[in-house]
Design a protein around this ligand. Structure first.
Ligand code: F6R
Length: 261
C-alpha cells in the first residue's frame, strides 16, 4: 500500500517532499530525479529551491528526467515542458542544465525519441525519486486511461479531457497539442521511490481510485499500488474521497521515527 500523508496545504506538502529529496541528494550527490510538470509540483520545486539555498546543498551533479513533453511545439515555446522545467526547476535550484533531460517532442526523429529516452534513463542507472501529479482522469505522466502497465516512453494522443484541463496554459484549447511523448507506466514503476502529490477537490476521485480502487489500466494512477515504495501527499480536499482516511492518519501519526518518507 502507498503511504498516504494528509497535509494542510500545498506549501506543507512541498516542504515535506523537499526535505526527503534534500536528504537523498546529501546521500547521493548525483541522484536522479524524475520531474513532473503541471501546477501540482510547483510548491515542491519552490520549497526545494529554498532548502537547497538555505542549507547550501551541492546540486551540481544532480541529474533529472522529465516525465513527458508535448509533441510539435516550436522550440523554446514557453509552455513546452523543456521550457517549464528550465524555468521552474533548473534555474531556481541551480541544477546543471546538461544533466537534465526532457523527452524530445520535436517532430524530427520522433519515431525513435521514446526508445532513446528509455536508453538514457537506463544508462543513468534509473530514477531515484519520481515526482508525480495526477490528472482528473487518473493519468500519471501522460498515460491516459487504457495505458499498459508495461508501457515505456512513447508517443500518445491526449484525451479531450486532458486538453481541456491544460487549455489554461494556452491561448485556446485548440492550441493544446494533440500528441505528447511520455514515460510509460512501466518506466514510472521502475523508479525506486514514487512521490505523488495532489491538491484540491477536483483530484479527490482520481486519488481515491489510484489508492483504493481496483488496479486497472482504466485508472493509470492505480499502478502505484504495484510499487513497493510509493508516497501520496495530499491536502484535505484531495483526500476527501478516501475510505480509509482515519487509518492513514493514524498510521502516519504513529510512524516509527526511523522510517523515512
Ligand atoms: C505532468 C504530468 C501530468 C500532470 C497532471 C496533473 O508532467 O505528467 O500527469 O501531473 O496532468 O496536472 P496539474 O498538476 O497541472 O493538475
Amino acid at each position: 500500500m502507498a503511504e498516504i500523508v494528509v497535509v494542510s496545504d500545498q506549501q506543507a506538502a512541498g516542504e515535506l517532499a523537499a526535505e526527503s529529496i534534500v536528504e537523498l541528494i546529501r546521500r547521493t550527490p548525483d541522484a536522479v530525479l524524475g520531474l513532473a510538470t503541471g501546477s501540482t509540483p510547483l510548491a515542491l520545486y519552490r520549497a526545494l529551491a529554498a532548502q537547497v539555498a538555505a542549507q547550501d546543498v551541492d546540486v551540481s551533479r544532480v541529474r533529472g528526467f522529465a516525465l513527458d513533453e508535448y509533441v510539435g511545439l516550436p522550440e523554446g515555446h514557453p509552455e513546452s515542458y523543456r521550457a517549464v522545467i528550465t524555468r521552474e526547476v533548473v534555474e531556481p535550484l541551480g541544477l546543471t542544465p546538461s544533466l537534465i533531460h526532457v523527452p524530445n517532442g520535436s517532430s524530427e526523429g520522433i519515431e525513435h525519441a521514446g526508445a532513446d529516452y528509455e536508453a538514457a534513463i537506463l544508462a543513468a542507472g534509473g530514477v531515484d525519486v519520481q515526482i508525480l501529479g495526477i490528472g482528473t482522469d487518473g493519468h500519471i505522466g501522460f498515460n491516459e486511461p487504457g495505458s499498459s502497465f508495461a508501457s515505456v516512453t512513447r508517443v500518445k494522443t491526449l484525451t479531450e479531457q486532458t486538453r481541456r484541463d491544460n487549455a489554461r496554459f494556452f491561448p485556446t484549447e485548440a492550441d493544446v497539442p494533440m500528441h505528447c511523448i511520455t514515460q510509460g507506466l512501466g518506466t514510472i514503476l521502475r523508479a525506486r521511490h514514487l512521490v505523488l502529490l495532489a491538491f484540491g477537490e477536483g483530484k479527490a476521485a482520481a486519488v481515491a481510485g489510484a489508492v483504493e480502487g481496483p488496479v486497472t489500466a482504466s485508472n493509470p494512477g492505480s499502478a502505484i499500488q504495484l510499487h513497493p515504495h510509493a508516497t501520496v501527499i495530499v491536502d484535505e480536499a484531495a483526500a476527501s474521497g478516501l475510505h480509509n482516511l482515519d487509518y492513514y492518519r493514524y498510521a502516519y501519526a504513529n510512524k516509527p521515527a526511523w522510517q523515512k518518507l
